[in-house]
Every structure is written in structure tokens, then in C-alpha cells.
Ligand binder design. Structure first.
Ligand SMILES: [Zn+2]
Length: 127
């Protein structure tokens, strides 16, 4: 007599798929790109350290409309005021600025981080 025993078949979990090669992807413009006039910089206006005057702001807005953000090329400033960000070049934290270029809010924020990094690197280099 054989009451057929129930064959318990264990589930074999297929081995984890073998090592994928970690593909390196670089995203966005190169590091430090906002610290100099960008790929879309066509025109600029003379700048002084400090805030742009109302007239300068109007000119920067016009440049933004015509040429786009000097780093990424968007023509949308991305902030609520609708004003382009008047970007000092070179950034005033790094050198005496000589010109204003139109920036969108994203690139302006990014520049803030890159300026901090550049200052840190510079401080290290000075030692
Ligand atoms: Zn931008």
C-alpha cells in the first residue's frame, strides 16, 4: 500500500542575478559651471558689487527674454516675481564682479552651493 506521500517541493529561489556593472552617469552641466559665464551667455551688462538698479534689472530681464538663462538656456526665470535673477559674474563672493548675466532661479540656487564649494576649496589651497 502506498498512500502516496505528499511530496513537498521546496521552492528554490533563483539566485540573485549576478553583479551588474554600476554604470556611472553624470547628470546636468559640469560642476562649477555657474561660476563663469555659461554656454548661453551672449550678452551682459556692466555690473557693480551689490544689487542691480531698477534699470539694470530691466536690462537683465530683456537679456533673459532674448538669450535665456546664461547657464541652462531657459527663458523662464522660475520665480514668482517674473524677474530674471541678475547674476554677478564672476560671483561676488569669489572676485570683483564685472558684469550681470541673466540667471534662472534654479541656476542661481545652484550657484550658491558651488560658490560655497569653491570657497572651501580655495581655503584649503591657501594652507
Ligand atoms: Zn538656468
Amino acid at each position: 500500500m502506498g498512500d502516496g506521500g505528499v511530496l513537498f517541493v521546496g521552492k528554490v529561489v533563483a539566485g540573485a542575478t549576478g553583479g551588474g556593472k554600476g554604470g556611472k552617469t553624470t547628470r546636468g552641466p559640469p560642476k562649477g559651471e555657474t561660476l563663469k559665464p555659461g554656454a548661453f551667455a551672449k550678452e551682459s551688462i556692466p555690473a557693480q558689487p551689490g544689487r542691480p538698479t531698477a534699470a539694470q534689472q530691466r536690462e537683465v530681464n530683456a537679456l533673459m527674454k532674448r538669450n535665456g538663462c546664461h547657464t541652462c538656456g531657459t527663458k523662464n526665470p522660475g520665480n514668482t516675481s517674473g524677474n530674471a535673477v541678475a547674476d554677478h559674474q564672476p560671483p561676488k563672493a569669489l572676485a570683483e564682479p564685472t558684469e550681470f548675466l541673466p540667471h534662472c532661479i534654479d541656476c542661481a540656487r545652484r550657484q550658491g552651493g558651488e560658490v560655497v564649494q569653491a570657497l572651501r576649496a580655495r581655503r584649503k589651497a591657501d594652507r
